[in-house]
Structures are given as structure tokens and as C-alpha cells.
Write a protein that binds this ligand. Structure first.
Ligand code: 5GP
Length: 114
């Protein structure tokens, strides 16, 4: 059994977080160290470590996360300009090994931004 991640502990209510949305499948919280004026995390309750660990069984869940991300962006008023980021693997900057989508908005992005 692997150690529960910080996100599993937030989902289980063991550690606090600023929760913006929750349903049976996912939770949305404010990032503790925001990299943009709007920076929230959409996290499936199922602890899939990385995107590449998702299986065909997770297809509906991944689709739901996309639609929910759009709804949250609209709710936060950033639906005209936001980024959806998934870091997959330590080499890509992933630090919490429980799949999550970063929703980043209210920042001026240019074509040169990575
Ligand atoms: P990653 O680097 O894995 O793609 O993103 C992990 C994100 O989780 C980071 O942006 C980091 O600031 C955020 N984070 C890490 N620990 C906590 C926490 O305890 N609470 C909240 N709200 N965010 C966290």
C-alpha cells in the first residue's frame, strides 16, 4: 500500500484546504502556492498517480474533469483566458502523485510561455 498523498488527505478531510467545488467524483481547491492570480486544482477523488496511469476504465472520469474544469473557469470568470495544465512525472514538475489539473487564469500569457 502506498502512502496517501496530500490530496487524498484533503479529500478525506484530514487536512484543510480552501474548497471551491466538490461532487462524487472530484474536488476543486485553491492552490496553496499560486503561480497565477487564479490558480485552482481540480482533483479526481480516485487516486490515479499520474495521467499515464489512467486506464480505459477512467475515460468517463477524465472527460468529466475536462467539462468540470470549463464550468469552474466560467464560475471564476476566467473562461475567456485560462490554462489547463497536467504535470506528468517528476521530470515535468509533478510533485504530488495524485492526478490533478491546474486551472490557471488572470495572467497575461504569450506564445513564448512554456
Ligand atoms: P504538481 O507540481 O504536482 O503538478 O502540483 C502540485 C500543486 O499542489 C502545487 O502547485 C502545489 O502548490 C500544490 N499543493 C501542494 N501541497 C498542497 C496543499 O497542502 N494544499 C493545497 N491547496 N495545494 C497544495
Amino acid at each position: 500500500m502506498t502512502e496517501p498523498t496530500v490530496f487524498s488527505k484533503i479529500i478525506d478531510g484530514e487536512i484543510p484546504a480552501e474548497k471551491l467545488y466538490e461532487d462524487d467524483d472530484c474536488i476543486c481547491i485553491k492552490d496553496i502556492a499560486p503561480k497565477a492570480p487564479t490558480h485552482v486544482l481540480l482533483i479526481p477523488k480516485k487516486p490515479i498517480p499520474r495521467l499515464v496511469d489512467a486506464t480505459p476504465e477512467d475515460q468517463a472520469l477524465l472527460g468529466k474533469l475536462m467539462v468540470t474544469a470549463g464550468d469552474i473557469a466560467r464560475e471564476l470568470g476566467v473562461d475567456d483566458a485560462f490554462r489547463l495544465v497536467i504535470n506528468n512525472g517528476a521530470g515535468a514538475g509533478q510533485t504530488v502523485f495524485h492526478l490533478h489539473l491546474h486551472i490557471l487564469g488572470n495572467k497575461k500569457y504569450t506564445e513564448d510561455d512554456g
